[in-house]
Design a protein around this ligand. Structure first.
Ligand code: 5GP
Length: 204
């Protein structure tokens, strides 16, 4: 599953809420060339690297997707995602829209959720309050939000992050509902069809 949203929409906090409350989620840690923010930890928030190493990882097919965002590379390491999917986890990718669209192409059964604050004013307020970016970076991120807002229709669901607890529950319910669509229940459908055919054969 992909969780996207404007910078400052509160995706990180929401994902932490999901992980702490339910054990069927696994969070993919991305690789980035952006510098760490104060308090960010290597291997927890991101794998921080330089452009050269990032490009080498692309060449070695080590990323499921990658994109350029506000002058830096961001990408999803392949190994962890594949391993956790094998283990039956809902793997969360907290990524921006270009990456989200690539994931939908590669994994048509992926679930794309777009998180947004209730208003643009609230978004600006949250970015300023976070205090981790310079006014120039905030301005760039708000400009990028305009572009991102053009792509919201490509997502399966839009969730307004007004109240954290409610929002975590909404995302969890959407994930559970998505798992019940026929497209995501192929193994079960195949199994019950085979069982029914077994009856038919028995009757003949
Ligand atoms: P930030 O610098 O605020 O941590 O992240 C900037 C943007 O990059 C956010 O929208 C975030 O979701 C996105 N992002 C983080 N990791 C990845 C990734 O692996 N791939 C892509 N495509 N976007 C990412």
């Amino acid at each position: 599953m992909v969780i996207s949203g404007f910078s400052g929409a509160g995706k990180g906090t929401l994902v932490k809420g999901l992980l702490s409350r339910y054990d069927n989620y696994a969070l993919s840690v991305s690789m980035t060339t952006r510098a760490p923010r104060e308090g960010e930890r290597e291997g927890v928030d991101y794998f921080f690297t330089d452009r050269e190493k990032f490009e080498e990882t692309i060449r070695k097919n080590g990323l499921v997707e990658y994109a350029s965002y506000c002058g830096n590379y961001y990408g999803t390491p392949r190994a962890y995602v594949e391993e956790q999917m094998e283990a039956g986890k809902n793997v969360i990718l907290e990524i921006e829209i270009q990456g989200a669209l690539k994931i939908k192409q590669k994994f048509p059964d992926s679930l794309l959720i777009f998180v947004t604050p209730p208003s643009a004013q609230e978004l600006k307020k949250r970015l300023e309050k976070r205090g981790t970016e310079t006014p120039e970076v905030i301005a760039r991120r708000l400009a990028r939000a305009v572009e991102e807002s053009e792509g919201i229709e490509a997502y399966d669901y839009i969730v307004v992050n007004d109240h954290l607890e409610t929002c975590v529950e909404e995302i969890h319910r959407l994930t559970e509902a998505a798992a019940m669509t026929p497209a995501r229940s192929k193994a079960f459908i195949h199994k019950i069809r085979e069982e029914l055919r077994g009856f038919e054969k028995g009757a003949n």
